[in-house]
Design a protein around this ligand. Structure first.
Ligand code: FES
Length: 151
């Protein structure tokens, strides 16, 4: 392998081994060790379950009133980054309308956490997919129709 190819290979390795080149932010570490919004909501208005490509699972439970999410919790068997992402996505969803919650993206989680190692970006995708599933499963059209949107 020539020197240029070796350098490229090394850069790619660092990229995919995000943990080595990108440390966790303080916020991500805090939420990994002391996650918030963990648990199951009794009689949720909706919930969403997904299994990630890594095999980790997440379920999100939501309570919705007048078209707004007023409580959100999650359960996961995933890693610390998944706990941080579940904490974040539920925190971001609280107080939002269903419409607004559908605009929470993996990047929203990364921004909130102040970064996430590349090797754990998929944890943010898992959390957003679980939220979207919960929103898609929300059957009460009444909840949605009661919202007045301002653009
Ligand atoms: Fe699988 Fe985090 S390692 S979702």
């Amino acid at each position: 392998m020539d020197k240029a190819a070796e350098e490229i290979f090394e850069q790619l390795e660092h990229y995919f081994m995000g943990e080595a080149s990108e440390p966790y932010s303080d916020k991500a570490l805090t939420l990994a060790y002391e996650p918030i919004n963990v648990g199951e909501i009794e009689n949720p208005d909706t919930s969403g379950y997904v299994k990630g490509s890594c095999g980790d699972e997440m379920t999100i439970f939501l309570k919705v009133q007048n078209g707004k999410i007023y409580d959100a919790k999650f359960l996961t068997d995933g890693c610390g980054a998944t706990l941080a992402c579940g904490s974040t996505v539920t925190e971001l969803a609280k107080g939002k309308t269903i419409w607004e919650a559908k605009k929470i993206y993996p990047q929203s989680i990364v921004n909130y956490l102040g970064g996430l190692p590349v090797s754990h970006l998929h944890c943010a995708f898992l959390a957003v997919r679980a939220l979207r599933k919960a929103l898609d499963n929300l059957n009460s059209r009444e909840e949605i129709n009661n919202v007045s949107y301002s653009f």
